[in-house]
Ligand binder design. Structure first.
Ligand SMILES: *Cc1c(COP(=O)(O)O)cnc(C)c1O
Length: 225
């Protein structure tokens, strides 16, 4: 891991970029997947309270040993049989990508008398292997999610393509904004959060009006393994 001093410096720089951007209120989620508890504590000591994990097992090992005021964001693909391990523990699930997953979260949340905040993950670029629902399918799926009593729909998430060029990245973020517009035009719900922007493209995302950025390497350095 990077030293606590380097982590602190990285966070300070990113926070300065956010503060000077068109979206100074954007939430910085520190993506702590593959990072040690010590590295997470170093970021926590800098005032970071939002952390993102993408694997249930890893989340389960970290959750009990870290401070209770952390807001955990689940950002990875989620198998239905693992929903029970995160319900009631995470602040926001970014990666709902099917009605069946939404229904399973709703069912588990209902059993525990909870409401789970979720984002719908949308595929906004043609890149192979990208997660998420197609843009055209997203509005209808949101309508279905709104019917689920124990889910609280909060917005949309996407990952831009991993390319050097700015253009495809901008198009990807704009595609997500267009989906937001289409959903809001139906009058059914507001889209509170757009979760878009990672270490290499968060400045573009801030320009495009993101409300949550998810940064791993830019804070903690390159991941192990
Ligand atoms: C790993 C990951 C991130 C952070 O990626 P970096 O390039 O390290 O900033 C953000 N979002 C998701 C969904 C991820 O899996």
């Amino acid at each position: 891991m990077e030293t606590p001093a380097v982590i602190a410096e990285n966070i300070r720089k990113i926070q300065a970029v956010i503060a000077a951007s068109a979206n100074p209120e954007a939430i910085l989620v520190a993506v702590s997947k593959n990072q040690t508890v010590e590295a997470i504590k170093a970021a926590y000591d800098c005032g970071i309270r939002d952390f993102g994990e993408n694997r249930v097992q890893e989340f389960q090992s970290k959750y009990p040993v870290l401070p209770a005021d952390i807001r955990w964001h689940f950002i990875g693909s989620l198998q239905k049989n693992k929903v029970k391990y995160i319900c009631g523990k995470v602040f926001l699930v970014h990666s709902v990508d099917s009605l069946s997953l939404a229904c399973e979260i709703d069912r588990r949340a209902g059993q525990s008398g909870l409401t789970v905040k979720v984002l719908l993950e949308v595929k906004t670029s043609p890149e192979e292997g990208k997660q998420g629902v197609e843009t055209a399918a997203a509005p209808l799926l949101v309508s279905e999610i709104l019917k689920l009593e124990h889910l609280d729909f909060q917005g949309l998430m996407t990952m831009a393509p991993f390319v050097e060029d700015r253009e495809p990245i901008i198009s990807s973020f704009r595609a997500l904004k267009k989906v937001k517009q289409i959903i809001e035009d139906t009058g059914e719900t507001a889209v509170k959060y757009l979760s878009m922007g990672m270490s290499d493209d968060f400045q573009i995302a801030l320009n495009e009006g993101t409300s949550i950025i998810r940064i791993g390497r830019g804070i903690f350095g390159e991941r192990r393994g």
